[in-house]
Design a protein around this ligand. Structure first.
Ligand SMILES: Cc1cc2nc3c(=O)[nH]c(=O)nc-3n(C[C@H](O)[C@H](O)[C@H](O)COP(=O)(O)O)c2cc1C
Length: 265
């Protein structure tokens, strides 16, 4: 069992403001667009990560840190190095953000193998003998072989988490309103964000199968997207995942969800 914290970057960020998370219980779909707020950036992570490692280890769990980068690939490298210096067990590069491409104009590296290649070459220079994992977006099947080729080239990648949210989505609530309604860091109003929950499962399974086919055994694949029941977990394991991760169901139903998921297996 592991706890993932983050995503976090180097600099203090206010993030977005307004309604930044919504859940439609009829369709078990969530949308979010927090904009990765960060109270103190690297200086803050340096203080809290060693304490988080201590808490996780006391519970016999690993602590994973999800690194974000808003100012180029070197930020991924510096945050990964910082996390390992703090005793974190595994760093995951979040190459599946932001939820909204418009804000800041930043691209999502999961959709651009060339950009991922550049990031991994740079991160390799920061992490010594450590390894990393990648949190990927729900990319099209056509992108899986070129992404796998980049991953193969960089021996620092030990596994993937598949998948992050579908970016730029508008989630409708049962009363017809938009789940999200917020002001971005650019001062503009938005009602779109990253879609997750039940509709993501088909994509999570598809990407897990695609990477399993590319890498076979010995490469870690964590399945994530639309896991609410132990049947969902079983589907991910059957399609090649070595482990699973849960976001929306945890937010909606609290920590008891993990016991329920395991019990039903
Ligand atoms: C409110 C919320 C915040 C999230 N923040 C992050 C994040 O900071 N970094 C990240 O890699 N994924 C983030 N995610 C994506 C989840 O880790 C997960 O990939 C996605 O929600 C699909 O899983 P689910 O269907 O169980 O929610 C977030 C998801 C939600 C719902």
């Amino acid at each position: 069992m592991a706890i993932t914290v983050g995503s976090g970057g180097e600099h203090k960020r206010d993030g977005n403001s307004g309604v930044m998370y919504g859940f439609n219980g009829d369709t078990r779909t969530s949308a979010n667009a927090f904009g990765i707020p960060d109270a103190n950036g690297a200086e803050g992570w340096k203080i809290v990560l060693p304490k988080m490692v201590e808490v996780a280890e006391r519970e016999h769990k690993q602590l994973r840190f999800s690194a974000a980068a808003f100012n180029g690939p070197h930020e991924y490298g510096r945050m990964a190095a910082l996390a390992y210096e703090c005793g974190v067990h595994r760093v995951v590069l979040n190459v599946g953000c932001p939820n909204i491409r418009a804000i800041g104009g930043k691209s999502i590296p999961s959709y651009n193998p060339g950009e991922l290649d550049e990031i991994l070459a740079i991160v390799g220079n920061y992490i010594g003998t450590n390894y990393i994992e990648l949190k990927l977006s729900p990319v099209d099947n056509a992108l899986i072989p070129p992404l796998a080729a980049v991953i193969r080239k960089h021996k620092i990648v030990r596994g993937i988490e598949a998948v992050n949210t579908i970016p730029n989505q508008r989630l409708q609530m049962p009363d017809g309103t938009s789940a999200l309604n917020y002001t971005g860091e650019d001062g503009k109003k938005y009602d779109t964000g990253g879609l997750a929950g039940a509709p993501l499962k088909v994509h999570g399974l598809r990407v897990v199968r695609g990477f399993k086919k590319e890498f076979g055994d010995g490469f870690g694949i964590i399945g994530v997207g639309g896991i609410f029941t132990s049947d969902d977990v079983a589907d991910y394991l059957a399609d090649g995942a070595d482990g699973i991760q849960v976001a929306t169901a945890y937010l909606e139903y609290g920590p008891k969800i993990f016991g329920e998921l395991l019990q039903g297996l």
